[in-house]
Design a binder for this molecule. Sequence first.
Ligand SMILES: Cc1ncc(COP(=O)(O)O)c(C=O)c1O
Length: 400
Amino acid sequence: MAFLADALSRVKPSATIAVSQKARELKAKGRDVIGLGAGEPDFDTPDNIKQAAIEAINRGETKYTPVSGIPELREAIVRKFKRENNLDYTAAQTIVGTGGKQILFNAFMATMNPGDEVVIPTPYWVSYPEMVSLCGGTPVFVATTQENKFKLKAEDLERAITPKTKWFVFNSPSNPSGAAYSHDELKALTDVLMRHPHVWVLTDDMYEHLTYGDFRFATPVEVEPGLYDRTLTMNGVSKAYAMTGWRIGYAAGPLALIKAMDMIQGQQTSGACSIAQWAAVEALNGPQDFIPANKKIFEGRRDLVVSMLNQAKGIECPSPEGAFYVYPSCKGLIGKAAPSGKVIETDEDFVSELLEAEGVAVVHGSAFGLGPNFRISYATSEALLEEACKRIQRFCAACK
Ligand SMILES: Cc1ncc(COP(=O)(O)O)c(C=O)c1O
């Protein structure tokens, strides 16, 4: 009898965590490494949010909370959805989890049966397919193209749906491509979904507040209220409020689904950290001026990185609407010899040769299901980004 679960054989470790780990190891050996792999803002959590947590500790808010979250946070989530997305939910239709990651996991746990399919556009956030597989479902990938700015075409979504499709996973702005769907682009997809009433929508709006220029964020139920009874709208405080370590995510959706997720969470964590929940109340209810100030900084970094990468020989880098990632193509380098003499055959070869030669850590696109590309997280200082892009330019020029 095998000791480890069969389910583990279907799961891959996270490539993004692996890259960060490799960069740390090289640094520990004394190498000068710039890590552009991590998906978290480099800013500190705003002081008012930290203060709310300190006050919660001092008030003795240190006990178990209701499984789905403290009433104050669930009310703050209701107000957030109304204020920012024009969506009406009751507090009972909301749930708080230990990060958006756990919300997603619990949604799949609560709904997956063997044979159920989950449609996931590529490139995707690395955890979606692994979560689906762990929960016994089958990921079904639908490719996007760089020409279409990594956005899914309605006809491709239509073709991917079968009688077994349970969920369509939607993520805008996207990790890893940064692509964000306008209202009209999203409407083309929701029109398809309206023709398939058995398909539920899991929308991951984690990067909602990180969009640039005059782009206006839209979420599926806002665009098509007809999807209200079969959509789980997920969001969190990690990216918008620089709170990755606090581990608070949340969602709103149909009551029966929320209750099922509550039941799983009750047997799993008993709910998210009490202190972090009070911090999240302040994040959602408190001053929001942190968000536009950060957006401006991120936008400047995006423009810098896109412009410098497009000057690197063999690299093509579209300028995405949101998140803090770019997803350039390294197709022009495939078949060339790296400075080490090794021929670059895949995007994985490209990133490992780049790390060896220039000490720049990025993540290969094949880890996100679409290549030959690579992902750069620009959630780091302009000085480091400039240096990293100079090194990438030098590396590309040295490939023959
Ligand atoms: C697209 C996307 N969804 C969800 C998450 C999970 O966020 P958290 O668990 O920190 O709330 C991440 C984090 O990287 C992400 O990139």
